[in-house]
Structure formats: C-alpha cells, structure tokens
Design a protein around this ligand. Sequence first.
Ligand code: PEP
Ligand code: MG
Length: 759
Amino acid sequence: MSAQTSKSSVSAPREILQKLHEVMAQRLSPQAKLDKVAKTIAKALSSEVCSIYLLRDTKLELFSTEGLAKSAVHVTTLSFGEGLVGNIAERGTPLNLAEARAHPNFAYRPETGEDLFHSFAGVPILRQGQSVGVLCVQHRDPREYAEEEIEALQTVAMVLAELIKAAGLIDDKAMAEARGVRSGTVRLGGMRIVDGLARGMVVFHQPKVHIEHTVADDLDAEKERVRNAFQTMRTHIDKMMNQADFGGAGEHDDILETYKMFAFDEGWARRINEAIEKGLTAEAAIERVQQNTRVQMRKTQDVYLLERLQDLDDLANRLIRIVAGKLGTSADLGLTEDSILVARSLGPAELLEYDRRRLKGVILEEGSLTAHVTIVARAMGIPMLGRAKGIMNMVMPGDPVILDSTSEALFIRPSAEASRQYENRLSLRAKQQAKYASIKELPTITKDGTTISLMMNAGLKVDLAGLHITNADGIGLFRTEFQFLVSATLPRRQAQTQLYRDVLDACGSKPVIFRTVDIGGDKAVPYLRSEDVEENPAMGWRALRVALERPGLLKVQSRALIEAAAGRDLSLMFPMVTTTAEFIGAKAMVLEELDVVRKAGHDLPRSIRYGAMLEVPALAYELDTLLPAVDFISVGTNDLVQFLFAADRSHPKLANRYDWLSVPILRFLKRIVDAADAAGVPISICGEMGGRTLESLALIALGVRRLSVTPAAIGPVKTVIRATTLITLAESMASWLTDSSLSVREHLMQWAEKHNIPL
Ligand code: PEP
Ligand code: MG
C-alpha cells in the first residue's frame, strides 16, 4: 500500500493555539483540560485519534485520548524506548509513519483498540530538553502527515508542556527519577582541580528558564521583545569579547567567536519570528526553533558541529533569559539544598556569591589549576572537577551526583554501589584527616633536621578558621582583593581596617603577610574597569600597575593596614612587581600614608616589612637592585609560570601542557633562591605549586625554606617533608637539573617511592 501524503488539512497553527489557550484558561480539572486538548487537536488535524501520554512513575501513561478506547486511559503504559511512543520519548524526536505496524518498534496494545488505524505521527512533549510525554495522532488511512502538521504538533506539544507544568502533573523529581531509571549511573571523567569528595543535587550556574507562557496575545509585541533581546545579547557579546578573560564569566575567545557568529545570524532571528507568527510567545518561539535545530544538528556525526550545538544551546538559553528578564545566576536565587554547581566556566567573584554552607562542589566543562576561580574554590574548601566534557548536556537540575575529584571522576545519578564506594572513600578521607590532625602540633622538619616554615594562604575572614585547624605557622599570603571581589562597590576604609584587624587578631603572635590588591586579569571588579579594551588582561592593567596609577586605592588600603596593625608588626607585599622602581614607588606611597598617620598622632605599627612578589620574569634579572630594597620576597609561581611558558594560567587547553617540575622552571627558581640567600633576604613560595606534595619536595630541594600553601595542603605537605632526608634529595635534585630531560617529575616520583615518602 503506497502512502499518500495528505494535502494539508491542518487549521492554521495560530488558530489551534488560540483554542488551546482558551481551554487552558477555563476552570476545569487538569484531566478535563487534557481531554479537551486531545479533542481540539484531533479535529484541527482531521485525525481520528489524538492521544496524550505523560510521564508517571518512570513510565509513559496514556492520560487522555480522543478516538482510542477510553477504558485504556490510565491503564496503558509504555516504558521509554518501548513501542512507537516510547521510541519518540527516548529519542526526543518525532515519528511520522504511514503504516505504524511496519515500524520495528511497534508494540500492539489491544486494550486501546488501535488496530483500526494505520497512520501514526507523534512528537515528544519536552521540558528543559527532556521528554515528559508524547503527543500523537492516528488515522485510519495510511497517510503520511505533512511537515507542517508535524510542525503544528510540535508547537502544540510546547503548549501542553506549559499546561502540564501549571497543573503540576509532572515535577522535577519525577523527571530526575525517570532519567535515573533510563540511563542509570553515568561515570564521567574530568580533571582534578580542587581535591575532594562531595555529593549533592545539580544546580546550573545559569539556570534554564521555565517557560511559563507559550501562547502569544500580541504578536507584534512578542516580535519587539525578540528584537530587543537580540540587541541586548549582541551588546553583551561585544562586551564579553572586549573583556575576554577580564570578565567574570571567563568565556574564551573561540566560544565568543561562535557566539558572535550565531548572535548576528539573521536566519536565526527570522526563524524565531516565524515561530511567533504561529502564535508563540518570544520565549516559546526561541525554544521551539532551538528544538528543531537540535534535532537537525544531532543527525550529524561532525564533532565540530556538535560542539557548536552546545554553543548555540548556550546562546539560545541566554536569549530566553534576556527575554524573560531572568539574567540572574543560581547564586541570586539562593541554594536550597546541598548542591553541586555545574557551569561551563566561572569567575572568582561569581563563585564567591554562593552560600558556601550549601555549595558542596563545582563541576566545570572548562577550568584550570591556577585560575583564580580555582584558588577561590580551594580557599573555600570546595572540591572542583574541571574539563568534564559534555556535562552541561548530561545532567538536569536536581539530578543527584557524587563528585570525586580525588579520583577525577563524577557519578551522575549514582547507583547504590557508587554511593557505597563514596561512603568508603569518605571514611578513608576522614582517617587521612585524622592522621594529619595527629601531626598538627609537630614541627615541619625534615628527617635530617631542616625546619621548614609552613604557612597558609587566605583571603577571607572565614579562612581564618584554617589557622587553628591546620596549626599553620602563619599566613604567608593574604589575598586582600577577595574582599574587593565579593563587594559590589569599593570596600570602604573602615571595612578594610576591620578585616585586617580580624586577621591580625586571629593570628596572634604568628606572622601574616598582606598582599595589596591584585585586581585585573581574571579578577575583575565592576567598579574598577580599564576604559581601554584589554587584549591581554593577564599582562595588562592589573595589580600594582592599577595601584600606582590610581594612588587612591593603595593609599586607602595602606591606611587601613597601618591602622589595623597599630602597635603590632605589619608585613605587606606588592603583587606583579615588574621593576625595582615600581616596588620603590609603591613603598613610597605607603610611607607617605605612614607619615599622615604619624602626624595625626595615631599609634603606628611596631614594625613594617615590605616585600615584593616575584611573578614577572623580568624582575629576576633585576635582583641586584631589588634585593637590597626589600625585606623579603615571595614567589608567585602561578603567574611566574604562565609568563615563563607564555601559557595563560586559566586556559583550559593549556591546563596540563606544561609541568611545574620542568627543568627550566626549577632552574629559574633556583637562581632566585640562591641570590636571595646570598643577600640574606628571606624568600618564600606562595603559588599553588607549593601545596602539591611532589612539588613541595622539589622546592625544598632547591633551598626554599618557607612555603605558603592552601590550608588543605598543610597536612599532606608536612607529612612528606617529615619523611624526607633533605640532604640526599638535594643531591639528587642537583644532578637532575643538569639532566637534559624536560621534567624531573619521573625522577622525583621514583625517589619518593624508594624512600617511602607517603605522597
Ligand atoms: C601567584 O601568582 O602565584 C600568586 C600567589 O598570586 P595569585 O595566584 O593571586 O595571582
Ligand atoms: Mg599572582
């Protein structure tokens, strides 16, 4: 029997939508509404049957039908993947068949009386991209439905999704359960960015908008909304491109280029307008077009195109958020339960906006070890897994996940077995922590008697608890800009003074080194933006460069530090010092403030020590002038390494490319350490490198005697140092450095194994 394609007898989609709109507005029970919808659609599409299947208890249940046996309603159920209906739901795409029985998936359900019908067309009812039901029509004659009829069905399915949501027929929990049953536990690999274990429910940093109204009242007004939203989005993208890496979101150039291409694509805007013509609101039209694009693009095997689909999905969500006026992040909405944040990328200020009691972990599609957002996560004690490819499309809000950053894995909808393993690891971890706690009061001293000063990095008041927990020898780097990052406006002097006083109080007799603000690079604050476009913000107008040019900033901060340290010792250092002259200039500014305070008759600090951070390679070639000028040096290996390798520290593609234990880096550090020692200037390392066990051994082998590390690293680093005989390690290191192999990692690992160092 040959299928004949019908001459479309479909009423204009707008009319159908209008009718559905009226049905939805009526004071009827959800069931009565669904029945009316089925009737309306059957009539509009001249079909003898119209049925609506909805997700219930992880199955697709016949909720309403016009044309099939009414006795089958709430009786007939199909699993995902079962029968034609299950097939549509599983794949999330329509089926259009002239002869239903000919399809390999056809599953006969005698109770429905469907044997009378030949043709079949069905579309998924989607919510947030997930099938929550199926809408289908059937016909006695074997006819294939016209494309515009399928299109009309898809549009109606969107309206049904709204009705279902409004009537509370399906909730997020039911959706999450259904996903769990269908796809079971999924294990996804990633890169350990911040070590740790966590469990919670998925929350998207940029939440998807629930579309509440799908049927338009005024088409022109909807088109105007879309026009304006495109305008806003294009401006946003231009702005992001101008501030690449400087902006909070941290999006990268290639993504932004793609965004730009789509955002200016007139074809996209036109298709959205056509969908509005059919009677949809702006939000629903954008989503409708996106659903079509998804189906088209998923047919391709082209990896490049599939990646672009993700960009387009991102952008469509962004457009919907703009149209709906819901641009806030999940931090604005507030977390309501233990949550695992999922994002493509994240800025440090954005992370700081979250309630850390509820935020248990972060999963990023991108991410790198030394990006500032990583440092913030580390400081907050929040495990972070990066480079989790495809995560954005694999989870939905509310999905349970276990994040095991230690073993670089993530379990989506964990099985009982995965949960058991998590509990085991958690208790192992607790034992490990107990071990660290047991050596807390012991000195950090090598087996052959060299004492290492092990300090911690901090930046927020809440970090201070770490001092007590770890018994660190003090704070070797207090990143003062964190206070600036969490604040919407420039922190007032009083607020700065208060924080510094609290820090000094918490440290008691232990030393603290305050690092003056390092803003810029990936630490952007809205109230301190460069007017010029920064092509290369990490090497741009940041840190001391800002401070020297906008003296007000450093002056206020110096005053706050001087006042907070009245009667006590004060150590401060400047970030990103590039020349000795800059250091001298910055110190002179602090001295001026000191003079003001002195003249005002206020108490002064008992002593002030001035340090320079060495993180710009050029400074290492000016040590002859720098060393006599400073009281101490602190090496910021995060920046230093990015400049030495010319490799952006927050670039995900470069995250694993260069090794901290490479010979060039170690030789460079050795030169500085030797020079500082010879000049009698104390030198410490405060980059992330010092907090890694193997790297910490390399550093002490080079002669470093002071490390400032993230609090969680104090226990592990102290453990390895206490197990090491420094003299033999230093000898080996000297020979490795003359070796031509690029990295000493392998040598060091073997050495550690041979000497039973518990890495
Ligand atoms: C560094 O660059 O190593 C450093 C400690 O400073 P920050 O990470 O804050 O740039
Ligand atoms: Mg730095």
